[in-house]
Design a protein around this ligand. Structure first.
Ligand SMILES: [Fe+2]
Length: 145
């Protein structure tokens, strides 16, 4: 179970840093489509906040200790933070595609390893995440054509 907890903590760290990035973009995005992107980013970080809570509580439920400080998250995250500067929606959207791809891969990897370990609970849990990120990625890519 220790390896699962470590993978889930890595996932938690990435979601926590991505959450901060989504809200930073929500504040700093600018341009003609501000209203749309500003609102969409709020929807995205609200979804992510629920997932952060779910993962942390799941780690506890399987006897692990969830990471809970920004310091811990920054030490291991694969997500690069956004700068404190104004940003155009195109730049936001391509950044989101890259970051959602990262966490989608991670969710798939966790599922794969859980399947190898006959850990049905973790594996099933990842299904919702994979579905959520895949759908968001499809929609985000629709904006790029
Ligand atoms: Fe707001």
């Amino acid at each position: 179970m220790e390896k699962t907890v470590n993978c889930l903590n890595q996932f938690l760290a990435d979601l926590a840093v991505f959450y901060r990035k989504l809200q930073n973009f929500h504040w700093n995005v600018e341009g003609k489509d501000f209203f749309v992107i500003h609102a969409k980013l709020e929807e995205y970080y609200d979804d992510m906040n629920e997932q952060i809570d779910e993962i942390a509580e799941y780690i506890l439920s399987i006897g692990g200790q969830p990471l809970g400080t920004m310091k811990d998250y920054m030490e291991i995250t694969k997500i690069q933070e956004a700068e404190d500067v104004k940003v155009k929606s195109d730049a936001v959207l391509s950044c989101l595609i890259k970051d959602y791809e990262t966490i989608l891969q991670e969710a798939k990897q966790i599922k794969q390893e859980s399947d190898t370990n006959n850990d049905a609970q973790t594996s099933t849990m990842m299904d919702n995440y994979i579905e959520d990120y895949s759908k968001k990625l499809w929609m985000l890519r629709q904006t790029m054509v």
